[in-house]
Design a protein around this ligand. Structure first.
Ligand code: PLP
Length: 371
């Protein structure tokens, strides 16, 4: 067990031991899956086995799975592969969707971060067929979207549907066919697999045009020699997470524990279905960066609720879209557990959060007395 409490699985989940073993074996074996000799055939066999494992996780056929370099590439491909003029995306999508289609029409969300279905229906009405891209679960709040209902509305209007399921995979059940979506994005490192590998599941009857030039890998849908060890690791992670994540009781303990310390703390999306592992919560009056640093010093890893890249915290577009006041949004952190989270991690988090809250509120009080 690590010497710290890692509660940032939505950023990346530690590699599972079974994944590491499978990857080391594949790396040691080598081989290019396109080669016809025995080493190539063995590598091909490994990729095919992983494809079956990932397909089972996504409720897709193995032939519908295209391996990519991660969730970002899967999302980039999905929004480009239909060549549809109109693309509708929700206001809370990941930046790998939002930035890939700057011209996209934005579907608003309500105060819980759930897509406004009436607005979507209006946007879909009477226009040329669109592509709708809505995520299964939000990376900051864990809020789940009504995908089946979105698909129903899209079908009536002749629209195609892409669903970014990067944060949902391995946490809640997924089924490409039962959901009826056309494209589904996945990423290995969110479920205990390696970084740098993901997949786009494309329904057999959905249009798909690849802009990528090169070899005929992935049945001509994604050129480039396969990342065999990464794909094998993805397969092992998919297999290990088929039953989903059973951590809702830990999430609830976090929320009850933190709100007992600071009763005015807000849990975002608390009133609607969410992932079992994600809590986005504010500590009134205390900046997210301060919380992240103080918790880190106390041996607890979480992240700022806002998008955080290269150590720079920017305003959360998700909380902004939900209508959260910017000053309040700046006090939100994201706590996300995963396959190796234990009860002691939650104890550490609650104790460290309490320590910080007491320090801050007491220093406020002493300043008030001194004034
Ligand atoms: N989509 C969502 C919802 C995510 O949370 C992330 C990563 O944080 C991505 C896509 C991108 O995945 P990757 O890091 O594999 O490129």
């Amino acid at each position: 067990m690590p010497a710290f409490a890692y509660l940032d699985h939505n950023a990346t989940s530690p590699v599972r031991p079974a994944v590491l073993d499978a990857m080391l074996e594949a790396l040691g074996a080598g081989g290019n899956p396109s080669s016809v000799h025995r080493a190539g055939r063995a590598a091909r066999g490994r990729v095919d086995a992983a494809r079956r494992q990932v397909a089972a996780l996504a409720g897709a056929l193995p032939s519908e799975v295209i391996f990519t370099s991660g969730g970002t590439e899967a999302n980039n491909i999905a929004v480009a592969c239909t060549h549809r003029e109109r693309i509708l995306v929700s206001a809370v999508e990941h930046e790998s969707v939002l930035k890939a289609v700057p011209r996209a029409e934005i579907i608003p969300v309500d105060r819980n971060g759930v897509v406004d279905l009436a607005a979507l229906e209006r946007m879909l009405a009477g226009s040329e067929p669109a592509l709708v891209s809505v995520m299964f679960a939000n990376n900051e709040t864990g809020v789940l979207q009504p995908i089946a209902e979105i698909v129903r509305l899209a079908r009536v209007a002749g629209a195609l549907v892409h669903c970014d399921a990067v944060q949902a995979a391995g946490k809640v059940p997924l089924d490409l066919h039962r959901l009826g979506v056309d494209y589904l994005s996945l990423s290995a490192h969110k479920l205990g697999g390696p970084t740098g590998v993901g997949a786009l599941a494309v329904r057999a009857d959905a249009p798909f045009a690849s802009d990528r030039k090169g070899g005929s890998q992935e049945s001509n849908r994604r050129a480039g020699t396969e990342n065999v060890a990464g794909i094998v690791g993805f397969g092992a992670a998919a297999e290990a997470s088929r039953d989903g994540l059973d951590v809702a009781s830990l999430r609830d303990r976090i929320e009850i524990g933190l709100r007992a310390i600071a009763p005015t703390a807000t849990v975002y999306g608390a009133g609607v279905p969410r992932l079992p592992n994600t809590t986005c919560i504010s500590m009134p009056g205390v900046k997210a960066e301060t919380q992240v640093m103080a918790l880190d010093l106390a041996g607890v890893c979480v992240s700022a609720g806002a998008a955080c890249s290269s150590g720079k915290v920017t305003r959360s577009s998700v909380l902004t879209a939900m209508g959260v006041d910017p000053a309040e949004a700046a006090t939100a952190i994201r706590i996300s557990s995963g396959w190796n989270t234990v009860s002691e991690d939650i104890d550490c988090l609650i104790a460290a959060w309490k320590g910080l809250y007491i320090r801050v509120t007491h220093s406020d009080l002493s300043q008030a007395h001194a004034a």
